[in-house]
Design a protein around this ligand. Structure first.
Ligand code: SF4
Length: 371
């Protein structure tokens, strides 16, 4: 990490790939596939910015950061400096625009597309034991639309892990946890899942494992099965509750009932695994808005969430809705203030009835995802 003055901070991994560049014009997060997200909070001079940039669009900011690294390197070398700082700055300087383009192509060949991660997992190492989503029919979600669901064999996962280790090299140090992709990876039966977890845990023995599961298949797993996953390193499972209103859940195209998520979280807790519960905001429409707030608060309260758990609030984004199949029931986005008010209503109703240590509450914004 290199800071220049009070407002410019650049962060690279040990291979010299930039991943966060803070400038006056905003914070630029570079994904491993070479694209960028520019973010800036609202100021007196302008509104909040959230903008996707291509590799070419982010190149001037990377070039400026590299120039700062070059100047810092020259200053250290002139002072006769050596050691870790010099070595790291040399890696940054060597990773020029052409090298970054080659690196992005290599990453995509090794990992392929990463659909989404929970916000606390953006710096995890994604290991894809499955591809796509086993359901792929929720009306508000097109993350894996058109990608056939497939379970990778143990041999494929072993090869994938080897390729990831070769790609990251020493820079894997930045990735302190492993996220098992894609969606619903943990829905596999134990005879298929556990050997895959063994392969991942053997490759990354001290890294905690995280993943998604859908509530209707996850709730069918017994506590002993979750315990077997925990023994292999599983620490938190993320589940899309979306709503505690069964009628809205059905309208959103999700099978099962909100109580499935309650049973799933109870089994996870019994097995010593934490939960990340995702609530969808802004999709209820006027007719289900009240039932959504009340039902969701009730279901969250029934989950007995604690300090290690997270409740994520995810705003409905019309651009992320399903493009094919059943008509989307919530085609328009709610104004930001209405979404914030829905979140406050759910949180206060849920926390008002909550005893003991409270879970963390956080935003899960699809528009801010980068990996
Ligand atoms: S919300 Fe989850 S279960 Fe539904 S289609 Fe998207 S990834 Fe699949």
């Amino acid at each position: 990490m290199l800071a220049v003055g009070d407002t410019v901070v650049s962060s690279w991994d040990l291979a010299g790939r930039p991943y966060a560049l803070v400038r006056e014009s905003g914070t630029y997060r570079r994904a491993l596939d070479g694209r960028f997200l520019r973010k800036r909070e609202a100021t007196a001079d302008g509104p909040r910015v959230r903008e996707r940039l291509t590799a070419a669009g982010g190149a001037p900011v990377v070039a400026a950061a590299r120039d700062e690294a070059t100047a810092a390197l020259r200053a250290l070398e002139a002072a006769g400096g050596a050691g870790e700082a010099v070595e790291r700055l040399r890696a940054v300087v060597a990773m020029d625009e052409a090298a970054l383009a080659r690196d992005a192509a290599r990453f995509l060949a090794v990992c392929g597309p990463v659909g989404i991660l929970p916000p606390d997992q953006y710096l995890s190492l994604v290991v894809r034991i499955t591809e796509g989503c086993s359901w792929d029919a929720c009306t508000f979600c097109s993350l894996y639309e058109g990608m056939p669901f497939r379970v990778r064999t143990r041999r494929e996962v072993a090869r994938h892990v080897d390729a990831l280790q070769a790609y990251f090299g020493a820079s894997i140090a930045l990735r302190r946890a492993v996220f098992l992709g894609d969606a619903n990876a943990l829905s596999l039966s134990p005879d298929r899942l556990l050997p895959l977890l063994d392969t991942v845990a053997e490759a990354f023995p001290r890294r905690p494992l995280y993943s998604f599961v859908d509530a209707w298949t996850g709730s069918r797993k017994a506590e002993t099965q979750w315990r077997a996953c925990r023994e292999r390193g599983l620490r938190r499972v993320y589940v899309g509750l979306e709503t505690g209103d069964p009628r809205l859940l059905e309208r959103l195209g999700k099978p099962g009932a909100p109580e499935d998520a309650v049973r799933l979280v109870a089994s996870l807790h019994d097995a010593g695994v934490a939960a990340g519960v995702i609530v969808l905001l802004g999709a209820a429409g006027a007719d289900r808005a009240e039932a959504h707030v009340r039902g969701t608060a009730d279901v969250l309260a029934a989950m007995r969430l604690g300090r290690d758990d997270i409740v994520y609030f995810s705003e409905y984004v019309s651009g992320a809705a399903r493009r094919t199949g059943s008509a989307n029931a919530s085609a328009t986005e709610m104004p930001g203030e209405a979404v914030a008010s829905e979140r406050r209503a759910i949180a206060s109703a849920f926390l008002g009835a909550h005893g003991g240590e409270k879970p963390r509450l956080a935003s899960y914004d699809l528009r801010e995802f980068t990996y």
